[in-house]
Design a protein around this ligand. Structure first.
Ligand code: GDP
Ligand code: GDP
Length: 443
């Protein structure tokens, strides 16, 4: 088990900045607007040679539980219970506040292993300012500047020391290891129901959804076991935020991270609002996923609120046929993230598509298909010269990649390529899986 290191502190002390710095990857969105970073985020990190899971929490505010801030607090407390080490962050520029003191007292009572991080201690005078934090009674403050990358070496050493010896070298499980998490991305346009779906899937309050606009605009990463017992890791949830009230800067970063999520994912669940139907935006995301070679499952959400179900479904099928031919037969799961109806069919569909995406077809079997495909429809001549295709092999899975060898193979027209891909998809029933076809000329 990799130890879990949780970053805590009141809003604006620089938790997200520190998180990004330690995770060495831009995951959280940092902004001066208070409350921009509201969700728990997790990321793998390597601290002083040790693999850890880093968790950023929402601000720990004292607030009644029926408000957003209150729900964030309970979400932070859940994070704390799983912590092997807490990095408690204070802002030396702002100085200690009553909230800092209250949390320090809470941490002392809970007797959790804590490192006190005095952030924004850059430049001259920074370390002196950090000394004030001694009075919190949480040991020596570690003076850092997350933003200016100062003092991080000392922090790394302190974390390594606090965590003790690493037990065994833990490696990324092999591709066929059943314990290896399936990397899933939930994507879709704002308001499609991505956050609601995620919460329903993981069955606990890890992200916060609600009617308040501006929530969950951030990217987060979580891991859980689905009902089959298999592990799932959500790689990113960019775009899981409301469109309203988002400045351009945030918007751009989130678009970039949607692409980032697609790149990291194996299976993509495209959440489509069934009340609105599949539109250009949805299609664009689907095509992007296909281009990145990802397996796709469509979650046709808000099914509870759809009146004309057969008609709505027919319209979706028409759009898919007309505009997404390269994903013919893609799995569509009609569900309601809100009521949970149909939800139990989503992960099995994800697993099934994943299995196809991983499938390796033996060369003999592949070439029996290849020969019959060529017989049924021989390749056209190119510039009056005959194209002779000899054999095919599956050079890669994830996504399935077929390489066809033959004289002037690389010259065959696009239309014939498409024929081969479609014929392959049909012969080996691979709906929703992108197929790659490579052509290699031989002499
Ligand atoms: P969070 O709410 O605790 O996650 O805080 P953020 O990471 O979003 O940071 C809040 C603000 O403090 C942002 O404007 C950061 O740029 C700024 N900040 C973070 N770290 C430092 C630091 O080391 N020095 C200074 N001067 N500002 C910082
Ligand atoms: P996101 O922006 O994609 O993360 O969307 P949210 O999960 O925040 O959901 C957007 C809105 O749709 C919220 O008001 C949800 O309550 C609502 N919603 C989500 N799922 C469903 C559903 O299955 N049925 C209905 N009727 N509404 C839903």
């Amino acid at each position: 088990m990799t130890p879990t290191v949780v970053i805590l502190g009141r809003p604006n002390v620089g938790k997200s900045t520190l998180f990004n710095r330690l995770a060495q990857r831009r995951i959280a969105i940092v902004d001066d607007t208070p409350g921009v970073t509201r969700d728990r985020k997790e990321a793998p990190a390597r601290i002083a040679g040790r693999d850890v899971t880093l968790v950023d929490t929402a601000g720990l505010e004292e607030a009644p539980p029926d408000t957003v801030a209150g729900r964030m607090r309970s979400s932070s407390e859940a994070a704390l219970r799983a912590a092997d080490l807490v990095l408690f962050v204070v802002d030396v520029r702002a100085g200690l506040t009553p909230a800092d003191r209250a949390f320090a007292a809470w941490l002392r009572r809970a007797s959790l292993p804590v490192l006190l991080i005095a952030n924004k201690a850059e430049g001259r005078g920074g370390i002196a300012a950090a000394l004030e934090a001694y009075e919190l009674g949480l040991g020596d403050p570690i003076a850092v500047s997350a933003e200016h990358n100062e003092g991080l070496g000392v922090l790394h050493e302190a974390v390594a020391e606090a965590l003790g010896e690493a037990p065994e070298e833990d490696e990324e499980p092999a591709e066929d290891d059943p314990e290896r998490p399936l990397r899933l991305a939930i994507v879709g346009r704002p308001n499609a129901g991505k956050s609601t779906l995620l919460n329903a899937l993981i069955g606990q309050e890890r992200t916060i959804t609600g009617p308040e606009p501006g929530l969950t605009r951030d990217a987060i990463t979580v891991q859980w076991r689905d009902e089959t017992g298999g592990r799932v890791r959500l790689v990113d949830t960019a775009g899981m935020r409301k469109k309203a009230r988002i400045e351009e800067k945030l918007e751009q970063m989130s678009v970039a991270s949607t692409l980032g999520a697609l790149k990291e994912a194996e299976v993509v669940v495209l959440v489509v609002d069934a009340l609105l139907g599949m539109d250009e935006q949805d299609l664009r995301i689907a095509r992007l996923a296909e281009r990145e070679g990802r397996a796709v499952v469509i979650a046709f959400n808000k099914w509870d609120a759809v009146e004309d179900r057969p008609g709505t479904r027919q319209k979706l099928d028409d759009v898919l046929t007309a505009s997404l031919a390269q994903m013919r037969g893609v799995a569509v799961v009609t569900l309601s993230a809100q009521t949970g109806r149909g939800l139990d069919r989503l992960m099995p569909a994800v697993r099934a598509t994943y299995a196809l995406w991983n499938r390796r077809i033996p060369t003999g079997e592949l070439n029996r298909w290849f020969e019959s495909a060529l017989t049924r429809h021989p390749p056209p001549a190119v510039n009056g010269r005959r194209v002779k295709l000899r054999y095919a092999t599956m050079t890669k899975a994830r996504p399935p990649t077929i390489t066809v060898f033959g004289t002037r193979a690389e010259e065959i027209p696009e239309e014939y390529r498409r024929y081969l891909v479609n014929s392959f998809r049909e012969a080996f029933t691979m709906p929703g899986v992108p197929i790659r076809l490579q052509l290699r000329g031989t002499r």
